[in-house]
Design a protein. Structure first.
Length: 243
């Protein structure tokens, strides 16, 4: 899959528009890239004019937010997509959150379907597997590069584990490095993990939607209330309703 990366200038424009921290913009394959509608991105991030697809946001509070382009319908999509990013990022799973992507097929399309945003046919993980792993790996590389600059050493000497960047006794959390990492260019070459080193993918981990569904705090479509909202129902003729 061919991947195009942001230039330093373009990435800084995207980062400056975000809330404090690191937001990773990531291109779709050229065959699916389109022009973005500036009003349809997630959160407060304003997209650059070339319409990157933003999947990862790291806050100064150490939170890692994954933007899920597929819908959670009980099949575990939110957990699965977050796993792909967290694996390559070496994130602390307890600090990973998931947000549903807005309705924008140009940015969050199903790569198996073309310019169509949708969930179905067991395609969510299959078409996002490499795309989201690369997004996580790129963010990790930028955090490591920021730490390497801080400690004046080679990035290869630095390790990352559960949201902490380390070298010997020196440690910096993702949140402490987020803003410095945001000023760096997105790496042009991304190395993915060997499957034998997986910590999350294919392992037993807690689902990201379970707690909210158990304590009643999960919001469903029926819970949406908007100003002036009306409820429409189908009026069936009496004879049809009696059958």
């Amino acid at each position: 899959m061919t991947t195009t990366h942001l230039s330093r200038r373009e990435f800084l424009k995207a980062s400056a528009a975000a809330t404090a921290g690191l937001t990773l913009g990531f291109y779709l394959p050229a065959s699916f890239a389109r022009t973005a509608d500036p009003g349809t991105t997630s959160g407060s991030v304003a997209p650059p004019s070339f319409a990157p697809n933003a999947f990862v946001r790291i806050g100064i509070d150490d939170s890692v937010t994954v933007i899920a382009k597929h819908v959670e319908m009980g099949q575990g999509t939110y957990t699965g997509l977050a796993t792909l990013v967290a694996e390559e990022l070496d994130a602390d799973w307890s600090k990973v959150k998931v947000e549903g992507a807005p309705a924008n097929a140009k940015l969050y399309n199903n790569l198996s379907w073309g310019e169509t945003q949708g969930t179905g046919g067991s395609s969510a993980i299959a078409n996002s597997y490499e795309q989201l792993r690369k997004a996580g790996a790129a963010a990790r590389a930028m955090l490591v590069a920021a730490a390497a600059h801080e400690w004046k050493m080679a990035p290869e000497a630095i390790t990352v584990e559960r949201g902490v960047v380390m070298h010997g006794a020196r440690k910096l959390s993702f949140g402490q490095l987020a803003e410095k990492a945001a000023a760096l260019p997105v790496p042009t070459e991304i190395k993915l993990k060997d499957p034998k080193d997986f910590r999350y993918i294919g392992k037993q981990i807690s689902r990201k939607d379970s707690k909210a569904k158990c304590n009643g705090s999960a919001r469903y479509t029926i819970d949406m209330k908007l100003p002036g909202m009306l409820t429409a129902v189908v009026a069936h003729p009496r004879g049809l309703a009696a059958r």
